[in-house]
Design a protein around this ligand. Structure first.
Ligand SMILES: CC(C)(COP(=O)(O)OP(=O)(O)OC[C@H]1O[C@@H](n2cnc3c(N)ncnc32)[C@H](O)[C@@H]1OP(=O)(O)O)[C@@H](O)C(=O)NCCC(=O)NCCS
Length: 173
């Protein structure tokens, strides 16, 4: 396979990112979610990664800062997703490259953990653990086993906690 490159999104990439999600998910909900998050003052383009193949954007993953609350205390971790790869290029490792790049980015930026709602068997390959094992819950009405989490800094999720996704994510459900 040709080399996949991963880089942060730029303002030029917005339409191509929409196309990736609409084609992969078969609907506009995830693209709309990303637009809503982009409109927020807290949006950080450095946490939005595109995968390019031969100069074409074929995959995208968004990382969003989310609070994890426990016993009146709060820490900020990263929530991974939405993530998708155009159907014509799926099952070739591009999703894996995006997940590994996300973990690396989180490490570089000093985040202690990443959580994700998605296919648990897939994410567990990369070291994400089932939420029930790490005592993490979240405010999305997703199946409980879809939530997984990974510590970047050992002990960061010790004792677990409740993750509060921002409002636009709730509209996906
Ligand atoms: C899920 C997705 C991002 C994976 O990207 P990818 O580039 O195909 O990923 P990789 O090649 O690194 O890994 C492929 C593996 O992903 C897993 N996977 C893909 N789709 C899956 C699904 N619907 N259910 C469970 N696991 C799935 C499988 O284990 C697959 O392994 P295989 O190729 O041996 O079948 C991509 O298929 C996609 O965009 N799907 C539609 C959008 C979506 O559902 N995104 C949410 C992700 S939680």
């Amino acid at each position: 396979m040709h080399e996949i490159t991963v880089r942060p999104e730029t303002s030029e990439d917005v339409r191509a990112i929409d196309v990736v999600h609409i084609s992969a998910f078969g609907g506009e909900a995830e693209a709309r979610l990303i637009s809503a998050l982009r409109a927020a003052a807290s949006y950080n383009r450095e946490l939005s990664l595109v995968a390019e193949l031969n100069g074409r954007i074929v995959g995208h993953v968004l990382l969003t800062r989310v609070p994890v609350r426990k016993d009146g205390e709060e820490k900020i971790v990263l929530a991974l997703g939405p993530m998708s790869v155009v159907p014509s290029q799926s099952h070739r490792g591009i999703g894996s490259v995006l997940i590994k790049a996300s973990v690396e980015l989180a490490r570089e930026k000093g985040y202690g953990a990443i959580i994700v709602v998605g296919y648990p068997e897939y994410y567990q390959r990369f070291g994400f653990l089932p939420a029930k094992d790490i005592k993490v819950t979240c405010n999305l009405p997703a199946p409980a086993d879809a939530l997984t989490g990974m510590e970047i800094v050992e002990g960061n999720l010790a004792g677990g906690g409740h993750v509060e996704y921002p409002e636009p994510f709730l509209e996906l459900y």
